[in-house]
Design a protein around this ligand. Structure first.
Ligand SMILES: NC(=O)c1ccc[n+]([C@@H]2O[C@H](COP(=O)([O-])OP(=O)(O)OC[C@H]3O[C@@H](n4cnc5c(N)ncnc54)[C@H](OP(=O)(O)O)[C@@H]3O)[C@@H](O)[C@H]2O)c1
Length: 259
């Protein structure tokens, strides 16, 4: 993709954060800007991102943040938007796919409209964006690709079949990208959060939540893992032990559990 190989006119690295208007994405944008990155903020809600960009430009220097209003289900717009960001920001060093939707689904409910949106935003949008990033970074010989999956993708629970499937798909997609791209010098990080206090959890029954962390804590873990070149992390890290147990519960028992 020679079109993508523009000279690095700006010394500061650039991170593209897809899903930057709230929660973990907004926290990542703040953290990355604090670490010296310039950030491209993408999501549908322009005003929320304009406000974040204003704060970051005030705090970290003019032209730290730029806003690109975008719906990730408009897959056909992705290649052109990637090139536009590359041109306007002079370089791209990291692409973080954070966008996600988790609808509330009852145990007897099977609603294709909800399921479709969860698969489109959590998985297909990620494939559209991270495939574009992979194409660019493999030519460049470096770069970070980060995908926010979930511990919810580690097993097909009764709670929300399409959400679990989308996150399982994203986890596997990221593993494949890593296996293709690590030999080309590109770092791929899979992030599996537990519970993070964001608008996504607004409708979740509070008494079922535990070990809830702030989006800033999650962002700190993620940026640390990027710097260390980690492959897969749970945030907070203790979820790894829960995941290990969940992964090893035999199917005949797992089927009877109600979470
Ligand atoms: N919170 C948790 O406990 C938790 C746990 C595990 C994994 N996660 C994952 O973490 C990621 C971030 O979620 P969050 O907790 O920070 O929730 P959030 O605050 O609701 O953020 C979701 C982000 O996704 C964006 N988004 C949704 N649909 C979009 C679309 N069609 N096009 C573009 N952007 C879209 C939203 O922006 P707009 O609405 O402005 O478009 C928003 O910026 C998600 O992938 C989620 O599955 C969260």
């Amino acid at each position: 993709m020679t079109e993508g190989r523009l000279p690095a006119l700006q010394p500061k690295p650039v991170a593209v954060v897809i899903g930057a208007s709230s929660g973990i994405g907004a926290a990542l944008a703040r953290r990355l800007a604090g670490e010296g990155y310039r950030v491209a903020l993408l999501a549908r809600r322009g005003p929320a991102m304009e406000e974040l960009a204003r704060l970051l430009n005030e705090r970290c220097g003019e032209d730290t943040a730029r806003v690109y209003v975008h719906d990730v289900t408009r897959y056909e717009d992705v290649p052109r938007l990637f090139q536009r960001i590359l041109q306007e920001m002079s370089r791209v060093d990291a692409v973080l796919y954070v966008a996600g939707v988790m609808h509330r689904v009852d145990l007897e409910e099977f609603d294709f409209a909800k399921d479709r949106e969860m698969l489109e935003v959590n998985l297909l949008g990620a494939v559209a964006w991270l495939g574009q990033a992979a194409l660019y970074f493999q030519g460049l010989g470096h770069g970070h690709i980060v995908g926010i999956s979930s511990i919810a993708g580690d097993r097909g629970r009764v709670a929300n079949p399409a959400y679990h499937a989308a996150k399982a798909g994203l986890t596997t997609y990221l593993e494949s990208l890593r296996n293709r791209l690590s030999r080309r010098g590109v770092h791929v990080l899979t992030v599996k959060p537990g519970f993070v206090d964001t608008p996504m959890l607004a409708n979740a029954p509070r008494k079922k939540l535990f070990w809830v962390i702030s989006p800033d804590q999650a962002a700190a873990d993620i940026v640390r893992a990027m710097k260390k070149g980690k492959q897969v992390i749970y945030t907070p890290a203790r979820w790894r032990w829960v995941a290990l147990v969940i992964q090893h519960i035999p199917s005949f028992i797992f089927r009877r559990l109600s979470f």
